[in-house]
Design a protein around this ligand. Structure first.
Ligand SMILES: [Mg+2]
Length: 229
């Protein structure tokens, strides 16, 4: 069940520093795949183009996630060649809560950005969609991938803020939450998509600064005040 790290199981000892860190946040950066973008159409389309059942591809993806392996090994695992060129996302792939969330955060005065591990062309498509964000970046554009600490340094550089003033929202513990937290950002875990549901059951999930089930929770979460403001 979604909830923040200040839920019933958090102690006053952990909640107060968390609220102080939360109060510093001035920018919110988002992962792209399965955080803002529902990849169901893309994975289904790739399976159909490759001539295999989407169910088989989904099962293979789950197996790779559970092993902690790179999802790009999926074609090798199912023994077929990846269809070329890869399908690109479009506006219809945005989760229903993505645009309202981005608009609300921009309206609340946060600097909002997108930065995810994505291949060539995706950042350009996101710019064409015209989302209300100040920064659009990707691993292809920066030449560095999560979970590298350099990726999160690039976010801070793009935001022109120290890491402690930036929140990062993502659906993966290994690529998003844990490295963002290690880099000093306020890490928000969203439980959705294949990684989100599988990673939500791992013990390290408690290391997220906050956990949500919908992007619509983020604006309210960020408005929580420190105990002694
Ligand atoms: Mg993702």
């Amino acid at each position: 069940m979604p909830g923040t790290a200040s839920g019933p199981r958090a102690t006053a000892r952990t909640a107060a520093p968390r609220r102080r860190r939360l109060a510093r946040v001035k920018a919110v950066f988002f992962d792209i795949g399965e955080t803002l973008i529902d990849e169901t159409r893309l994975w289904t389309g790739e399976a159909e183009r490759a001539g295999i059942s989407p169910l088989v591809l989904f099962a293979a993806l789950g197996a790779l996630i559970e092993r902690g392996a790179d999802h790009r090994q999926i074609w090798e695992l199912v023994g077929v060649e990846r269809p070329s060129p890869p399908l690109l996302l479009n506006r219809s792939d945005l989760y229903d809560d993505a645009l309202p969330c981005l608009e609300q955060l921009a309206c609340d005065g946060y600097l909002v950005g997108l930065a995810g591990n994505q291949p060539e062309g995706v950042a350009e498509v996101l710019e064409e969609i015209g989302l209300p964000v100040a920064v659009v970046a990707s691993s292809a554009r920066w030449g560095v991938e999560k979970p590298s600490p350099e990726f999160f340094r690039r976010i801070a550089h793009a935001a022109r803020m120290p890491p402690g003033e930036i929140a990062y929202v993502g659906d993966r513990l290994d690529n998003d939450v844990l490295p963002a937290r290690a880099a000093g950002l306020f890490a928000i875990f969203i439980r959705r998509g294949p990684w989100g549901f599988l990673h939500a059951g791992r013990p390290e999930v408690v290391q997220a600064d906050a956990r949500v089930g919908s992007l619509l929770e983020i604006s309210g979460l960020l408005r929580e005040r420190p105990a002694r403001a």
